[in-house]
Design a protein around this ligand. Sequence first.
Ligand SMILES: [Zn+2]
Length: 71
Amino acid sequence: MPVCSFCKNAYEFPKGTTVVQKDSSVRYFCSSKCRKNMEMGRLTKKVKWVRKSDVVKAERAKYAASKASKE
Ligand SMILES: [Zn+2]
């Protein structure tokens, strides 16, 4: 499962875009939204919706951990 280079979310393979650059570095994007934001030169830490998705991710991890401890 590739991890988006911009929003750091993991996504399923058929979705998203893989960009191989001239210096052979590979960038993975979960959506065109992430690709366009990266092309515009935006920083991940300064974009509100990425921070929001990080919060959601942390909450999901916490929920999964509590569920695993109950079982
Ligand atoms: Zn993304």
